[in-house]
Ligand binder design. Structure first.
Ligand code: NAP
Length: 310
C-alpha cells in the first residue's frame, strides 16, 4: 500500500463494540476510509452494506482491509476468507476461539503477503506503558490480578459469551492477561479453578495461579458476579514500592500516589498500530494472552456453581 492513501476498510459484525468504539475511532482517523459493512441484522450509514463477509468480498467495492468484530467462535472462517481474498485483517480480541486456528491464520497471512493484527485493546490503556517502564526498572516480588465486574451490566443478552468458545469470564479476563503479558516477566499457569454455572458452558469466575520463570507468583482472580464498584486492577509488590495499575490500565499509582493517568485512546491507538503494520508489510500477532486462557482451561479444575440467568 502507498504510505499516504487511506486504507479502504470493511467492518464485520456490527454490534456493541463496533458502535461503542470502532465507528467513533474510524470517524476521526484520516488513515482510513470506511467503505463497507457486513452484518446479518445491522447496517452502517453511508457505506455499502452486505449481509455476509462473503457477499462483501465478492462485490465490486474496493476494500484493502477488514476489521472482524463478531464473536470469536465465527472469526476464523471470516478471517480465512478475507486473507484468501488478499485483504489485511484486524481481529478483535480474542483473536480466535483456539490457539491453533489463529496459528492457521498467521500462516495464511504470511503466504498471502498481507498483514494480520491480533488486537489487544487493553494493552493501549493510558498507563500500561508507564507501568511497564516502572516494573522494568525494579525487582518484582509478586503480582496479582483482580478483574471483577458485573456481567449483567456489560454483556446483557449476549448468549455467545456463555457458549463453548465464548470464553465466559475470560472474555474480560483476557484483557487483564493482555496487560500482564506486556508488563510482567514471562509466566505460566500452575493451577486453576473454573466456576461454571450449572446451566452454562462457560465459566462465571476463575482463580488462576501463575509462576514466572524467575519464581515469582502471579495470582489472578476473575469474577463476573461483582455488583457496585467494578474492579480491574493489577498490583505488584516490588523493591521500588507497591504498584497499583487500576481502572483497566488507565491509572498508575506507586505506594498510593498516582503517578500516571490520561484520557482513554485505546481504539484510536489500535487503528494507528494497524495502519503502521499494513504500511510496513508486517503482522502483529502475539498470542500469549490466548495461550494462557487455553492453559487455564487445560489445567483448570471444573467447579459447578449455581445457575446464572440474565
Ligand atoms: P455483539 O454485539 O454480541 O456481537 C457483534 C456482532 O456480531 C453482532 O451484533 C452480530 O451482528 C454479529 N454476530 C453475533 N453472533 C454471530 C454469529 N453467531 N455469527 C455471525 N455473526 C454474529 O458482541 P460485542 O460486544 O460487539 O463483541 C464482539 C467482539 O468484540 C468480542 O470478541 C468481544 O470480546 C470484543 N470486544 C467487546 C467489547 C465490549 O465492550 N462489548 C470490548 C472490547 C472487545 P449481526 O447479527 O448483524 O450479524
Amino acid at each position: 500500500m502507498s504510505s499516504s492513501a487511506p486504507i479502504r476498510l470493511g467492518i464485520v459484525g456490527v454490534g456493541k463494540i463496533v458502535r461503542d468504539q470502532h465507528l467513533p475511532a474510524l470517524a476521526k482517523d484520516k488513515d482510513y476510509r470506511l467503505v463497507a459493512a457486513a452484518s446479518r441484522n445491522a447496517t452502517v450509514d453511508g457505506v455499502a452494506n452486505f449481509a455476509t463477509i462473503e457477499d462483501m468480498l465478492a462485490s465490486d467495492v474496493q476494500i484493502d482491509a477488514v476489521s472482524l468484530c463478531q464473536p470469536p467462535q465465527v472469526r476464523h472462517k471470516a478471517a480465512r476468507a478475507a486473507l484468501l481474498a488478499g485483504k489485511h485483517v484486524f481481529l478483535e480480541k480474542p483473536p480466535g476461539a483456539t490457539v491453533s486456528e489463529v496459528e492457521d491464520l498467521k500462516a495464511i497471512a504470511a503466504r498471502q503477503g498481507v498483514s494480520l493484527f491480533a488486537s489487544w485493546h487493553s494493552r493501549y490503556a493510558a498507563s500500561v506503558e508507564a507501568a511497564r517502564s516502572f516494573l522494568a526498572g525494579t525487582t518484582i516480588r509478586s503480582a496479582a490480578i483482580d478483574w471483577k465486574e458485573d456481567v449483567r451490566r456489560w454483556h446483557p443478552n449476549q448468549d455467545w459469551i456463555w457458549q463453548a468458545g465464548g470464553f465466559g469470564v475470560f472474555d474480560p479476563g483476557i484483557n487483564a492477561l493482555s496487560i500482564a503479558t506486556h508488563i510482567l516477566p514471562p509466566m505460566f499457569v500452575t493451577s486453576a479453578r473454573l466456576d461454571f454455572p450449572e446451566n452454562r458452558d462457560a465459566p462465571i469466575a476463575a482463580e488462576i495461579a501463575f509462576r514466572a520463570s524467575s519464581g515469582q507468583t502471579v495470582n489472578a482472580s476473575f469474577d463476573w458476579r461483582q455488583t457496585g464498584p467494578q474492579t480491574w486492577n493489577i498490583t505488584a509488590d516490588t523493591e521500588a514500592g507497591a504498584m497499583l495499575l487500576s481502572s483497566g490500565g488507565a491509572k498508575l499509582a506507586i505506594d498510593g500516589k498516582v503517578v500516571h493517568e490520561a484520557p482513554d485512546t485505546e481504539y484510536p491507538s489500535l487503528y494507528r498500530r494497524f495502519a503502521e503494520i499494513v504500511r510496513a508489510g508486517k503482522s502483529d500477532t502475539d498470542l500469549a494472552p490466548l495461550q494462557h486462557v487455553a492453559d487455564a482451561f487445560m489445567l483448570g479444575r471444573r467447579n459447578v456453581v449455581e445457575a446464572f440467568f440474565d
